[in-house]
Design a protein around this ligand. Structure first.
Ligand code: ZN
Length: 738
């Protein structure tokens, strides 16, 4: 403000730059009377550079004055009206400095935007471009350095202002960035402003971090946990909320996946609590969603652990904010057993592991304990590698026209691009495990059936308790609404009406809750008596029959195996060891012979090969197949012989074909015959039909080879040919037609 007054005139030598104060006494010394006038005149000319008015030239006034109005946050916009007024007061300064009213441009698009970066601040960008285009004579703002909270932005603006001779005005004074001293001052202001922001932030974060380190930082707690009066984290005293969370965690433990937990909640008509608006202790009830279930399961606070810094936030060059979730080992603070919780830390870790496995199962990596799929492999999801402990995957191949499983430990190997750890043909293993189940299921069956039944009953009772609580709560709320309604002065009609409506609403909710509760009770009872009970009993009593029934689909057999077995560990060494672990801990170990490798198992008895070789001298492949079958011989895979099979064997064992054998014996092809007798094409066939030439058949599907014509036959043919030519051409036609 001081520069706004003509300081040099009213208080000479006081607080003025040195140049002025030196000049004053010098002028005084020469001539007193005239000197006073001179002083006034000369100081006015010297000070022209220094006063704000002198910085403003007609060149500046020809351009516009830009007033940049900004508040960092919306709250400031709403509450800090005083500073807004101060910003608009700058407009009056511009008028005083000589700008015409219509030349003053107000830029206030950036209200409510943080100044920490340019992006998203249209107004600031517009300001910079206007200045750059030389349209601005002056830029005004409250504490101009805060125009840009970021030094790079600020220096860019200063640079451009300097180049385009644009002035800068704030409450402290008027600056010309073209002047070195002013620019230095403005630069410092910008640096200070940025430093101030930095210190402020550091102090805030430091406070937060040191509190977090002590585990004392108050954060927004997930539903089910609250702060008590002393600021300690306790379980929500609301029993219904507590019970819901307990049921949630126990359901997950039983069901094994977030999705199944959600389905169980839906099926049982259970609601999940959620926090009301921040600062209130209201609890709302909503249907459990997959997302909510996952968030709840992943939240370590439920295991009584305090944690801070589970995610990292940063800004990119564009100024957009990004958030990344960090792995547990990268969390900033984690303090176990910091407060009460719903599960132990070990349970939390087990849940995390389970969720990861589920994720990998859906991602196709590990199939352990995934749902039973189609395909006959009995141990799908149950087989573990006896060498490294990983779950084994199933692949199928065709064997004797049937799908046969292979158990493979290839997860690690596939990831590293190596050979599988072990690969075991599964047909015989499945069979052996099936037999084991049939043998041992009788004593087990009852236990399993009882366990299943008691589990179902326990779950139903739990759900029932919760629904009863929901009814109680609705009743309580209805009663409270009634009380409120009763207490209100009947003359206050408007309030009474509202309260009555609320009461009615609560009564309606109560009726709904009761109805829902009854409906579920009936459903539960029906479920247990008919469907479940009969299924369980059928399984217990009829297991061997059901298991061996060829009509039982593979899928059902697998389900039964899963009900009875925990896992099966397979190891291939000098034999295949199969370690079967039943639910409940009992184990059995089986040893199966190694499967005969395909190349060996397919090897046909050498006797057969020799016989084949011998028979080929005399018989066609079809005939040989018939001969071998008549003798009661079978292929290596127990099949009867066929022409194709004989062919395959002949190729595999490189046995000379019948064709080659006959050719070697001197038999001739039709073409060779025709060349020999010098006749037209197809004539060999003619002589064959005429009964002159003789052939040997190669087989049903192949042609024949001609025996070499004897001297006598050759004469016969040439004799008959001469006769034919001597007869008529029509005869030739007859031959042709044939
Ligand atoms: Zn392995």
């Amino acid at each position: 403000m001081e520069q706004a007054e003509p300081a040099g005139v009213s208080k000479p030598g006081n607080g003025l730059p040195t140049g002025v104060s030196v000049q004053g006494p010098m002028a005084k010394g020469t001539d007193d009377a005239a000197g006073a006038n001179d002083f006034a005149a000369s100081s006015a000319t010297t000070l022209l550079v220094m006063t704000p008015e002198s910085k403003v030239t007609s060149e500046h006034l020809k351009r516009s004055a830009y007033l940049y109005v900004r508040q960092s946050t919306l709250r400031q916009v709403l509450e800090n009206t005083e500073s807004t007024e101060r910003q608009y007061a700058l407009r009056r300064r511009a008028l005083v400095l000589g700008w015409a009213q219509e030349r003053i441009v107000v830029i206030d698009e950036d209200q409510g935007q943080s100044g920490a970066s340019v992006s998203g601040r249209e107004g600031f960008q517009r300001l910079v471009s206007e200045v750059g285009l030389g349209k601005a004579g002056i830029v005004m703002g409250l504490e101009v350095s805060r125009l840009a909270r970021n030094c790079a932005d600020w220096h860019r603006l200063l640079e451009i202002c300097g180049l385009t001779h644009c002035l800068i005005l704030d409450e402290d004074g008027l600056y010309d960035p073209g002047h070195y001293n002013d620019r230095l001052l403005l630069g410092l202001k910008g640096t200070m402003s940025e430093a101030e922001l930095h210190v402020l932030k550091a102090r805030l974060i430091g406070g937060v971090l040191s509190k977090a380190q002590r585990g004392e930082l108050r954060t927004l707690l997930p539903v089910g946990l609250v702060y008590d009066e002393e600021g300690k984290v306790i379980l929500d005293p609301d029993q219904q909320v507590q019970q819901s969370l307990r049921v949630f965690f126990s359901t997950f433990e039983r069901a094994g996946s977030a999705r199944a937990t959600v389905q169980a909640f839906r099926r049982d008509g259970l609601k999940f609590p959620n926090r009301g608006p921040a600062g209130t202790r209201e609890i709302g009830w909503q249907a459990l969603s997959n997302r909510l279930a996952l968030a709840t399961l992943h939240n370590p606070r439920y295991a009584g652990a305090f944690c801070y810094g589970r995610s990292r936030t940063w800004k990119d060059a564009e100024g957009n904010q990004h958030t990344q979730r960090l792995g547990r080992e990268k969390w900033r603070f984690l303090k176990q057993d910091a407060h009460a919780g719903y599960l132990s830390w070990e349970q939390f870790l087990a849940n995390e592991k389970r969720l990861l496995e589920n994720y990998q199962a859906t991602a196709g990596a590990v199939r352990k304990a995934g749902p039973a799929r189609e395909g006959p492999a009995l141990l799908q999801g149950l087989a573990l590698c006896g060498k490294c402990g990983h779950s084994m995957t199933v692949s199928y191949h065709h064997r004797q026209g049937k799908l046969s499983p292979n158990y493979e430990c290839s997860v690690e190997a596939t990831a590293k691009g190596e050979e599988p750890c072990q690969r075991i043909p599964g047909g015989s293993i499945d069979e052996a495990v099936g037999q084991l189940l049939v043998q041992s299921v009788t004593p087990l069956a009852l236990e399993v059936a009882l366990n299943v039944q008691s589990e179902i009953q326990g779950r139903l009772a739990e759900a029932e308790r919760l629904r009863q609580q929901q009814v109680q709560r609705a009743q309580y709320e209805a009663e409270r609404a009634q009380l409120r309604y009763m207490r209100v002065d009947p003359n206050n009609r408007l309030v009474a009406d509202t309260l009555e409506t609320q009461w009615n609403e609560k009564l309606r909710l109560l009726a709904e809750a009761r109805e829902e509760c009854q409906k579920q009770q009936q459903l539960d009872a029906a479920q247990l008596t008919q469907e479940q009970r009969s299924k369980i009993l059928a399984l217990a009593g009829d297991f061997p029959r059901v298991w061996q029934d060829p009509n039982t689909p593979d899928r059902e057999r697998k389900r039964m195996a899963r009900l009875l077995l925990e896992d099966v560990t397979l190891k291939r060494e000098h034999d295949i060891s199969v370690q079967v672990r039943f639910k409940g801990g009992a184990t059995r170990e089986l040893h199966l012979p190694l499967p005969v490798p395909v190349t060996i198992s397919r090897k046909t008895n050498p006797e057969i090969i020799a016989e084949l070789d011998r028979l080929l001298e005399e018989h066609s492949e079809t005939e040989i197949a018939q001969i071998l079958n008549q003798r009661g011989w079978h292929s290596s895979m127990g099949q009867p012989f066929s022409r194709t099979l004989i062919q395959g064997l002949r190729r595999t064992y490189r046995i000379k074909s019948r064709f080659d054998r006959l050719r070697a014996q001197g038999l001739l092809t039709a073409r060779q015959i025709e060349e020999m007798i010098g006749h037209q094409t197809n004539r060999a066939k003619y002589w064959l039909k005429a009964g002159v030439l003789k052939v040997v058949k190669l087989g049903q599907h192949y042609g024949y080879l001609y025996l070499k014509p004897t001297q006598d036959e050759l004469q016969q043919m040439s004799q008959r040919r001469r006769n034919d030519v001597a007869n008529s051409k029509s005869t030739t036609h007859v031959y042709e037609a044939q």
